[in-house]
Ligand binder design. Structure first.
Ligand SMILES: [Zn+2]
Length: 259
């Protein structure tokens, strides 16, 4: 039986190890210039993305069968990649239309595999709007947002383990898991919002640099806001509670990047 003091010390050591690992795994993002806490290499991201892509596609009914539609989406995605500094990133981009015609969504897995559902594609009224969706998802890839989330999860798990040990109390078994859930939620929420804003704003920048109308990003927000039902919100809307504030931030980016 460990004494309370011993449990607290073990908990503190575990927390320090988790924090040390997280804060020493620092990399500068070559596209955004941002200092990030990431434990994976870009090669590992590409590998993880290629491995998870078929399973992700399966979740949305597999690939949309019309090859012409697939090619038209790839063409827009490649135009953005090749006209911007995204081209200098270590990622291999590919763009896919998913067969799901009910779920309005687009998402990217690490390393460059980008997906849009047939349902969302059907709601878009212009190539500029499609460029807005793809530009947003491209930023999640070059911004390394998934890799950051993975590093945060590793930190959270480390801290949760530490909290569980330090607060281990046979009289209140629910206590440590409540703290762990609180920590996980707090970290997850904060970074999610920043990532969405960055994806909107750099998405606007890629649109301008590749010759698309950046105002179409605002139209995309309005389309998604109108389409968003209570269940399965799109990737775009899931982590940000205030679409109007987001539209303001998009307008700021348009003013900043448009010359
Ligand atoms: Zn997003």
């Amino acid at each position: 039986m460990r004494s309370r003091a011993t449990r607290v010390i073990i908990g503190l050591v575990m927390a320090l190890v988790a924090l040390f690992t997280y804060f020493t795994n620092t990399q500068e993002n070559p596209v955004t210039g941002e200092k990030q806490h990431i434990s994976m290499t870009p090669e590992q991201e590409v590998q993880l993305g290629l491995e998870s892509a078929p399973q992700m596609a399966q979740e949305f009914g597999g690939l949309y069968p019309d090859e012409k539609v697939q090619q038209s989406v790839k063409r827009v995605g490649e135009k953005i990649v090749n006209s911007t500094s995204v081209k200098t990133s270590p990622y291999k981009f590919d763009f896919h239309v998913l067969a799901d015609n009910k779920t309005v969504n687009a998402f990217a897995v690490p390393g460059g595999q980008v997906f849009i559902t047939a349902a969302l594609l059907d709601k878009l009224k212009s190539e500029d709007q499609l460029a807005g969706v793809l530009g947003h998802e491209i930023t999640h890839v070059v911004g390394r947002h998934s890799a950051e989330q993975i590093a945060q999860q590793q930190l959270t798990q480390g801290l949760a383990g530490a909290a569980a040990v330090a607060t281990e109390d046979p009289n209140s078994p629910g206590r440590s898991s409540a703290i762990a859930a609180y920590v996980a939620n707090l970290i997850g929420l904060k970074y999610g919002r920043e990532d969405e804003i960055e994806s909107d704003q750099l998405g606007v920048r890629w649109m301008i640099e590749s010759g698309y109308k950046p105002e179409a990003m605002i139209e995309v927000m309005e389309i998604l806001k109108a389409a968003g039902g209570p269940n399965r919100p799109s990737e775009f809307m899931s982590s940000h509670p205030d679409p109007d504030n987001r539209i303001e931030r998009i307008k700021e980016a348009i003013a900043k990047y448009k010359k």
